[in-house]
Design a protein around this ligand. Sequence first.
Ligand code: 3BY
Ligand code: FES
Ligand code: FE
Length: 418
Amino acid sequence: MLDTTSVSPRALLARRKPGFSLEQAFYTSQEIFDLDLEAIFFRTWIYVGVEPDVPDEGDVMVVDIGRASVLILRDDDGEIRAFHNVCRHRGARIVHDEKSSVGKLVCKYHAWTYDLDGKLLRAEHMGADFDTSCHGLKPVHLKSVEGLLFICLADEAPADIDDLAEKMGPYLKPHAIRDTKVAHQVDLIELGNWKITMENNRECYHCAGNHPELTIPLFEYGFGFSPESMDETKAKEAHRYECMVDDLHGEWEGSGFPSKEIDHLDDRVTGFRTQRLPIDRAGESQTLDTKVASTKLLGELTEAKMGGLSFWTQPNSWHHFMSDHIVTFSVIPLSPDRTLLRTKWLVHKDAVEGVDYDLKRLTEVWIATNDQDGTLVGYQHSGVKSPAYEPGPYSPYTEGLVEKFVNWYCLRLADHLG
Ligand code: 3BY
Ligand code: FES
Ligand code: FE
């Protein structure tokens, strides 16, 4: 067994064995958890929510990442802004609820009052010489990619988010995220390290055995497979699936819906991947009967069978865009062994619950899938804590994207440590 308790993060990184899960300390140590926040969550672009989280002027959302708390709000001109949720008087947290609507931002402590553009408007008893203009809220970098909100807590944010936005724009645009509403949100606390949550998301090796609901809309040949698991019949089916994907990509792209894979998961700071894949059976949406959950299709879409456009980002998100709804996931580390998975279901902003969509039908596949994944994350974390744990091999056929996530993570950490 490798000793990981007394070894420095730098030495642990240097001896990482490619193709294997990480050593124990990466998942369990408080020191590495703190380093993950510094090196990754306070430096790279973090996906936190969508423009429809703050649909109207004065709407505010609070997102906590480690010891940082961030306000995301829509100002009086309709612009979305992000600020540190820290009063410039003596530092009190200003907004406490996850979602609220305000006229101004008023600190409860001594009533310092800020405009929605962050300017300090009022601070009583500070004297005639007090300069309010030096005490505005501290801004946080914010980037909206077609309505998906990313923040960066670093002084200087990685510039390659612009390349992500440029490449992803045409894929996302038809799904008109800005014209949706959040129909439902579930915050699930998984009992595992955030990297275990992310590793779980980056493979479907576990899907056939664990996700009876999700495997209804997904084609099994999309999960990855090894050549030796194929007999002649299966090989033919797999080939047919590949041809179908190629044909559909041609068809979709021909109609103005970019669909082909882009993979930048491990070769840049703002790593991402996307691809549109067909949906099995009725072919419309990630629901139990694979038909649309909402009859009001998104944006200008008129065709229900648009497959599912998936979008994955490093370090903390994934998203599925269908013709009728969007499911979007944000991962926030809470402690070495606790992780928040925040899932939102978006439908057309004019869709009416009970008329155009039924909430249970809309959410049941991913509520079940998340619960199953949460359980698996807990299983892995509890085994990884054991003295018997040692890094295990990733399947080259089904866990290639897990390896990419871990490589990206190791690169970011090594870069931070210099
Ligand atoms: O949702 C995802 O991105 C991955 C792939 C399929 C299962 N899994 C949760
Ligand atoms: Fe906010 Fe005093 S700490 S007004
Ligand atoms: Fe899963």
